[in-house]
Design a protein around this ligand. Structure first.
Ligand code: PEP
Length: 253
């Protein structure tokens, strides 16, 4: 059976003290869950605070981005070893907000991913089509390009720990959610492509999360889809009771 992973992407929200309080609340609310991996990804400035706040809990710590070099003249960037030193075991890469607002490309995702898989930290690789791309019938073409370029030269085996988050851009922060049919269709396509690239066993073992306005009301139907193995949660991850409800829904499937 595949792992189930629910990760919260806090984006650029909360101050460090508030974040530590939120992390505490989350850890308290999910303390009895043992069949779902739970991750929170606060802003980089909070990692140290939050690492302490969740110490000893079943909540893992992730960052929202990382550079592909370990050190050097890269103003404003952080490296995997810096993240690990603060207790991070996870990192999101290729989020659509970074692609759309900060010029990140499939090639940049590829450089990050090649580096991260050697770093003993687990990447959550975000992919997904825009509304225009979906309406033009290009969803699969876009997903295939993002995966083929993003994963070029990346060795992957069942235990490599790579997670993919399918996040239709039109569903992120909009309150619009993919229907279970749309989510399953995209996840199935991704798994078939992984199977062609890495073999069916590796594809079957890869966790594919759904992201895009997932909340406590729609989490159970989305996560009941055969190829949906968890969620990457934005807005709802800032409310401990909503995030915990999503984790609970996931634990019952
Ligand atoms: C996200 O930012 O990855 C996301 C899924 O956001 P939201 O849940 O707010 O749509």
């Amino acid at each position: 059976m595949r792992e189930r992973i629910i990760a919260g992407n806090w984006k650029m929200n909360t101050l460090p003290e508030e974040g530590a309080e939120l992390a505490h609340e989350v850890a308290k609310a999910v303390k009895d869950i043992d069949n779902v991996k739970i991750v929170i990804c606060p802003p980089a400035t909070h990692l140290c605070h939050i690492s302490n706040a969740i110490k000893g809990s079943n909540v893992g710590l992730g960052a929202q981005n990382v550079h592909w070099e370990e050190k050097g003249a890269f103003t404003g960037e952080v490296s995997t070893s810096m993240l690990k030193a603060l207790g991070c075991q996870w990192v999101i890469i290729g989020h659509s907000e970074r692609r759309q607002m900060f010029g990140e490309t499939d090639e940049g995702v590829n450089k990050r991913l090649r580096h991260i898989v050697k770093s003993n930290i687990r990447p959550i690789v975000c992919i997904g089509e825009t509304l225009e791309e979906r309406q033009a019938g290009d969803t699969f073409k876009v997903l295939e390009r993002q995966i083929r370029i993003g994963f070029e030269g990346v060795e992957m085996s069942g235990n490599s720990g790579v997670v993919i988050a399918y996040e239709p851009v039109w569903a992120i922060g909009t309150g619009l959610t993919a229907t279970p049919e749309q989510a399953q269709e995209a996840h199935h396509f991704i798994r078939e492509l992984l199977s062609e690239m890495y073999g069916s066993e590796n594809a079957a073992a890869t966790v594919i999360q759904y992201g895009g306005s997932m909340n406590e009301k729609n989490a159970d139907v989305l996560m009941s889809c055969e190829d949906v193995d968890g969620g990457l949660i934005g807005g709802a991850s800032l409310k401990p009771e909503s995030f915990a409800a999503i984790v609970n829904a996931s634990s019952m499937i």
